[in-house]
Design a protein around this ligand. Structure first.
Ligand SMILES: Nc1ncnc2c1ncn2[C@@H]1O[C@H](COP(=O)(O)OP(=O)(O)OP(=O)(O)O)[C@@H](O)[C@H]1O
Length: 231
């Protein structure tokens, strides 16, 4: 279980997160929602170790991880699928997947067959360069690369952004399948409410660096959540 408590984060003198608290449990999708620029990506950066926090606590399975470097968090099973995907354009699809091996013991460095069950399109493209894939295929590759690490927490930053509806459906199916296995915590940042609503057990809504609403999906007033997302 992930427990974020009262986290403050700054960029220089500018505060981006104030007293942000949230939890994410195995077997559930926790969805972080909010308009542009409210601090969703900053929250994920704090969790994965891409940006230091000024105060507060981040615990993973009871261990304080907020001072650990990013690779140590990755070794503890925390995988990040960043916004914009960050696929390596000149590496092949296979090589992109193999970058996920870095945190695994030598004997475990194999791409699980399951990856290609989840994303069949990647199997036919193993020799293609990452940069030659469509946006939707790159997003699938970015998720697959994170899964190669065998994570227990996967953090996804707007996986539907700029992606065609058929691939959004495929990605939704994969997230639902990962959730149903019960052993992985999934933290999803979304702007697209309907996608979030279909998948999430818990919703957390941010505004200007603060958490303004949080709860189980069925306990939240949908109109209230939507209002806080509309521009
Ligand atoms: N590297 C940075 N340096 C300075 N300010 C930043 C930096 N990254 C983000 N910010 C600022 O911090 C605030 C929160 O940004 P953040 O990217 O976390 O928001 P977001 O909710 O993820 O938005 P989006 O949906 O656009 O990604 C914004 O005001 C943004 O301008």
């Amino acid at each position: 279980m992930l427990q974020v408590e009262k986290v403050d984060l700054y960029y220089g003198a500018a505060i981006a997160l104030r007293q942000v608290s949230l939890t994410a449990e195995a077997g559930a999708v926790t969805c972080l929602l909010g308009r542009n620029g409210v601090g969703k990506t900053s929250t994920l950066r704090a969790i994965v170790g891409a940006h230091p926090i000024a105060s507060g606590s981040i615990k993973w399975d009871g261990e304080e991880i907020s001072r650990l470097p990013m690779y140590e968090r990755a070794r503890r099973g925390i995988a990040w699928v960043p916004q914009g995907r960050d696929v390596f354009p000149l590496l092949t699809v296979r090589e992109n997947l193999e970058t996920g091996f870095a945190v695994l013991p030598r004997g475990a460095r194999k791409i699980p067959d399951e990856i290609f069950d989840l994303f069949p399109v990647l199997k036919t493209m193993l020799r293609r360069r990452g940069g030659d894939l469509s946006g939707g295929q790159q997003q699938q590759l970015a998720i697959a690369r994170a899964l190669v690490m065998k994570p227990r927490l996967i953090v996804l930053d707007e996986p539907t952004e700029g992606i065609q509806p058929s691939i959004i459906k495929d990605i939704g199916r994969v997230i639902a399948l990962l959730r149903s296995r019960g052993d992985m915590a999934i933290l999803l940042v979304e702007q697209y409410f309907d996608f979030a609503q279909e998948l999430a057990q818990t919703m957390v809504v941010m505004d200007r660096g603060d958490i303004v609403l949080a709860g189980r999906r069925e306990d939240l007033d949908e109109a209230d959540v939507r209002r806080r997302l509309s521009v």
